[in-house]
Design a protein around this ligand. Structure first.
Ligand SMILES: NC(=O)c1ccc[n+]([C@@H]2O[C@H](COP(=O)([O-])OP(=O)(O)OC[C@H]3O[C@@H](n4cnc5c(N)ncnc54)[C@H](O)[C@@H]3O)[C@@H](O)[C@H]2O)c1
Length: 417
């Protein structure tokens, strides 16, 4: 297969994951990077052998150079997707765009329109669509194994320490600098559920709030930082326990530790916790995103779906129960139990070599599956190799925005076809 040349915009954690997979398979070669952090940029360029003239301090400098690769990976933060996505689509790049597409509907529409008018492929990184497990579930549904899908119960177990890391202390803690948590975290789940149903819901409702990680929940003796706190040993959200515990494990050092510090010694971690955002008490941060949320969807035929996103879980694969007119599927991200109502028989099946659920584990094979599909689509010019295009991703993002509107207004929000 033709080797695809890639430019990576945002040489952080996600940019690295896609670049490494492209090089590991030989399906892609990274020829340019745009990254303002000089240490990250230099390390990225060295790892992928990028020539100095193709190292850029930001996406604008990169775009000013014209088209230097077949495709671009845009892995900047949530609020910095629209500018690069529209500009690079106008330059003719095929685009692998991190989720969420954008933080509001107007910008996401600009992106989808840019992909459409330039005839470029634009895949949003909804990695769950690309896992072997998802393929198994979707194939069972499409084959009619449980008849007509009548209702779904779905859980996104965010994980107590993951919530503290990303949504209390980390980048995704505030709506004004990132996005509502349903968009930042669970746009994956809404996209996945819509994919299983094969169409968007007709209407949605939602409830949820920031229940625990707030000043009123702070114990009286707690200090502002874990390193000064007498309660640290007994606190579930202890930063030293979490981050010192990452040392020595390559997966945990990559994620979550590299968001905290580029260092790999105990002293590096302690220094970061002494001064940086990740050492703060979880009850004394400037976070405002929810820690639990429900979304209920109703489809045109009356089918329903209830989805729970919760911080107060272990971090593990999503769990889903699918209730059909002729059968039932119970899935835990690895194994499926299918019960056929005609025979009463149960069948167990497992996806091959399912990796863990976390970013360090590649999201159950989704990161690799997405990268491989995108590179194959660009190499062959065949968009059918992608499991969603820009228009479909825009549609599933619209469901998220409708659900968030429902939560904020306490109403049931219709979605117009
Ligand atoms: N698909 C998934 O499952 C998944 C998982 C985690 C994060 N994400 C998304 O991926 C995106 C990136 O997250 P991350 O964890 O890699 O963050 P990160 O902070 O590790 O990387 C983002 C990088 O963008 C760089 N950057 C900032 N301004 C820039 C500019 N003007 N031009 C070029 N680069 C610039 C930053 O310096 C940083 O290195 C976010 O939108 C996030 O929500 C997706």
């Amino acid at each position: 297969m033709t080797e695809v040349t890639l430019a990576v915009i945002g040489g952080g954690l996600r940019g690295l994951i896609y670049a490494r997979r492209a090089h590991a398979t030989g399906a892609g070669r990274v020829v340019a990077v745009a990254e303002p952090d000089p240490l990250r940029r230099a390390a990225f360029a060295a790892e992928f052998g990028i020539t100095p003239k193709r190292e850029y301090a930001g996406w604008e400098e990169f775009a000013a150079a014209g088209r230097v690769a077949d495709a671009a990976v845009i892995a900047t933060h949530d609020q910095l997707h629209t500018g690069p996505a529209v500009t690079l689509a106008d330059l003719g790049y095929h685009i692998l765009l991190e989720k969420p597409m954008a933080t509001d509907e107007r910008e996401a529409t600009l992106i989808a329109d840019a992909a459409d008018r330039n005839g470029v492929m634009l895949a949003v990184c909804h990695v769950l669509r690309y896992t072997p497990y998802t393929r198994m579930v979707k194939d069972l549904l499409d084959a009619g194994r449980i008849g007509r899908l009548v209702s779904v119960q779905h859980l996104e177990p965010v994980g107590w320490w993951h919530q503290a890391h990303s949504f209390v202390r980390g980048h995704w803690r505030r709506q004004d600098t990132s996005a509502p948590m349903l968009l930042a975290k669970a746009c994956h789940d809404v996209d996945w559920l819509v994919h299983l149903f094969g169409r968007p819901p007709a209407r949605v409702s939602s409830f949820g709030s920031l229940s625990h990680f707030r000043p009123e929940e702070r114990p009286a003796e707690a200090a502002d930082r874990c390193l000064d706190c007498p309660l640290e040993p007994s606190c579930p959200y202890s930063a030293p326990r979490l981050y010192l515990g990452c040392l020595g494990d390559p997966g945990s050092e990559f994620w979550p530790l590299s968001a905290v510090t580029p260092g790999r010694t105990e002293q590096d971690v302690l220094d970061a916790l002494r001064t940086g955002p990740y050492g703060r008490c979880v009850y004394a941060c400037d976070n405002d995103v929810v820690d639990h949320q429900e979304v209920v969807m109703e489809f045109d035929d009356g089918a329903t779906c209830s989805f729970t996103m919760s911080a107060f879980t272990p971090m593990e694969h999503r769990r889903t129960r699918l209730f059909g007119t002729h059968g039932y599927i119970d899935g835990d991200g690895r194994e499926l139990r299918v019960v056929d109502f005609r025979t009463g028989e149960e069948e167990l099946s497992a996806a091959d070599e399912v990796a863990g659920a976390s970013a360090a584990d590649g999201h159950g094979g989704g990161d690799h599956g997405l990268t491989d599909a995108f590179l194959a689509a660009v190499a062959s010019g065949d968009p059918a190799l992608l499991r969603s295009d820009a228009a479909e991703s825009l549609m599933t993002h619209r469901v998220v925005w409708a659900a968030e509107q429902a939560r904020l207004t306490g109403s049931v929000v219709p979605l117009h076809p």
